[in-house]
Design a protein. Structure first.
Length: 199
């Protein structure tokens, strides 16, 4: 998935965190990548329902004129299709309609929430599809896209989570980090509440 300027991948957040916050003379003197990955995913899940709107994308060849809505999907952003059956890159944006598309219709799709599938005209078989959606954050995919508006809140959560699990962390430091985490979470929520990711 190509990220827009509004998003950063979870993998980049993990790498940035390792560079900025871990190592000799830094807030966290020693941390393994696996520990940082674990806490990054936990924080992403913690924030998912309140703050972080993680953008995901699946690209595949359509088979059977429908596909299952991903289990972590919260809302559909857009669906792209290839220019013709069998061509490789989905570039044509499709439009949602409120009934199943008729045969020959290659411009529309229907979201069947009852059966948790997205339906297309049978003419769409073998077209390449890219489905972009906002995720609830319950993912292990490090390519997950996180809004940059929530990046600092995620870092604050990770710092607190890592140091809270260390035996010799000063309680006053932990209290300050917890307050910082909560403050950054609230600021992120206020920024994201009016942000649209559908354009």
């Amino acid at each position: 998935m190509t990220l827009s300027n509004a998003f950063i991948s979870l993998n980049d957040i993990i790498n940035n965190f390792l560079i900025s916050y871990t190592g000799p003379g830094k807030l966290i003197p020693d941390a393994k990548r696996t520990e940082v990955v674990f806490h990054a995913r936990r924080c992403l899940q913690e924030f998912s329902y309140e703050t972080l709107k993680s953008q995901m994308a699946d690209t595949f060849v359509l088979s059977g004129a429908q596909f299952n809505i991903p289990t972590d999907s919260v809302v559909n952003i857009k669906i792209l299709r290839s220019a013709s059956a069998g061509s490789s890159t989905p570039t044509v944006e499709m439009t949602e309609i409120f009934t199943v598309p008729t045969t020959g219709n290659i411009t529309n799709y229907y979201i069947d929430t009852t059966n948790k599938v997205i339906r297309f005209s049978t003419t769409m078989n073998t077209y390449n599809i890219t489905h972009q959606y906002l995720s609830n954050g319950l993912t292990t995919d490090e390519a997950a896209a996180i809004p940059k508006l929530a990046e600092e809140a995620l870092y604050a959560c990770m710092i607190y989570a890592i140091l809270a699990n260390r035996e010799n962390t000063n309680p006053n430091t932990l209290q300050r980090l917890l307050m910082e985490k909560v403050d950054k979470l609230e600021r992120s929520k206020s920024r994201l509440v009016f942000t649209s990711f559908t354009s």
